[in-house]
Design a protein around this ligand. Structure first.
Ligand code: CUA
Length: 329
C-alpha cells in the first residue's frame, strides 16, 4: 500500500473512532458529583466545537475573499482579534466554570457514612467502622444509595488513583496521607472502577466494583458482613488453611487465635459472596479460584501471591473452605 493510501486509511479510522466516540460511551452519571463533572465536560465540548467551526469558517472566508479583493482584515487584526481577544473571551468562562464546579463537588448532608479504602499493589482494602467493630472486605465496595458517603483514601505502598467514572472524577491514594472523595449514588446497581495511576506491573488489573444497595438492604449487608461465616470443615483443612493462606489472609472468626490473621493480602471473610476474584479480573467460580491458587502468576502477572504448592487433595480442602465463606442471604 502506498503512503498516501495508508494516510487516507489512518484518517478514515480516526474519523470513524471520533464519530463512534460521539455516539456516547454508555457511561451515564449515576451520582451528584459525576453529574456536575458531566455538565462541565459537555459545556467545554461545545465551547470548543462552536468556536472551532467559526474560526475555520473565518479562515476559509478570508482565503476566498483575498483571492479577489484586498482584504480589510490585516494579519495584525487577525492575530490580535483571533489569537488574543477571542481566546480570552473563550478561556475565561472555561476557567471560571471549572473552578466553580471543582469547588462544588462536595456532597452535602449529615449522617454521613465513612469508608476507609487503602490501595495496595494491586488490590483495594475496604474497611467500615460499625458499632460492632470493624468490618473489612476487599475489592468490592458496598454502599447505600441516597446517602452522603466519605471515602477516606490512602495507600500502603505506591501512589494509586481511584476512578469510578459513573460516580466521580479521579483522586489519588497517597501513602501517609488521607484524601477524601465524597460520593452520592442515585440508584442501586453495580458500577465499575479502576486504578487510574500507573502503580506497577498489574496496574491495569486493579479493578474496583461498587455495589450500591437501597439503604435498608445495605444495613442488612453490613450486618451479615459483620458476622463471621459459618464454616464446617475438618481439622486437616483448618491446618492447611492456617499454614498456606492465613499468613497473608484473614477470615474473621475462623480461628480463636488472632495469630492466624494475616493482612498482607485481601481479607477473605466473605469471599464466596463476592462477584469476582483477583481484584475483579476473574469470575468467582471454583475453576477460576483453583487457577488463581495453583498459578497466581499466570492468572495475574506480577501479583504478590506465591504458589504455595498445594497437592490435589490440599487444593480440594482449601476450595471447600473458601466456598463456605459466604454468610450473605
Ligand atoms: Cu494501583 Cu494503578
Amino acid at each position: 500500500m502506498g503512503s498516501d493510501a495508508r494516510r487516507r486509511r489512518a484518517v478514515l479510522i480516526s474519523l470513524l473512532t471520533i464519530s463512534l466516540g460521539a455516539c456516547g460511551s454508555g457511561i451515564e452519571p449515576a451520582g451528584e458529583a459525576a453529574r456536575r463533572i458531566d455538565r462541565l465536560t459537555t459545556t467545554m465540548f461545545w465551547l470548543g466545537l462552536i468556536p472551532m467551526v467559526v474560526v475555520v469558517g473565518i479562515i476559509v472566508a478570508i482565503v476566498l475573499w483575498r483571492r479577489r479583493h484586498r482584504s480589510p482584515v490585516t494579519e495584525r487584526h487577525f492575530v490580535m482579534g483571533g489569537g488574543v481577544v477571542f481566546s480570552i473571551l473563550l478561556l475565561v468562562p472555561v476557567i471560571v466554570l471549572t473552578a466553580v464546579t471543582q469547588l462544588n463537588l462536595g456532597i452535602d448532608g449529615d449522617d454521613r457514612l465513612e469508608i476507609e479504602i487503602t490501595g495496595h499493589q494491586w488490590w483495594w482494602d475496604i474497611r467500615y467502622v460499625t458499632d460492632d467493630g470493624m468490618v473489612r472486605t476487599a475489592n468490592e465496595l458496598h454502599v447505600p444509595t441516597d446517602t452522603p458517603i466519605d471515602l477516606r483514601l490512602t495507600s500502603a505502598d505506591v501512589i494509586h488513583s481511584v476512578w469510578i467514572p459513573e460516580l466521580h472524577g479521579k483522586i489519588d491514594l497517597i501513602p501517609d496521607q488521607v484524601n477524601t472523595l465524597e460520593i452520592h449514588v442515585d440508584e442501586p446497581g453495580v458500577y465499575e472502577g479502576n486504578c487510574a495511576e500507573f502503580c506497577g506491573i498489574a496496574h491495569a488489573l486493579m479493578r474496583l466494583l461498587v455495589v450500591a444497595h437501597p439503604p435498608a438492604e445495605f444495613e442488612t449487608w453490613l450486618a451479615e458482613e459483620t458476622a463471621p461465616p459459618q464454616v464446617d470443615v475438618d481439622i486437616a483443612t483448618m491446618q492447611e488453611f492456617a499454614n498456606s493462606c492465613a499468613p497473608c489472609h484473614t477470615v474473621r472468626g475462623l480461628f480463636d487465635d488472632h495469630a492466624y490473621e494475616g493482612d498482607f493480602g485481601p481479607d477473605l471473610t466473605h469471599l464466596a459472596s463476592r462477584r469476582m476474584i483477583g481484584a475483579n479480573i476473574l469470575p468467582n467460580t471454583p475453576e477460576a479460584l483453583a487457577r488463581w491458587i495453583v498459578d497466581p502468576e499466570g492468572a495475574k502477572p506480577g501479583n504478590r501471591m506465591p504458589d504455595v504448592g498445594l497437592d490435589a487433595e490440599e487444593l480440594t480442602q482449601i476450595l471447600d473452605l473458601l466456598r463456605q465463606l459466604d454468610g450473605h442471604g
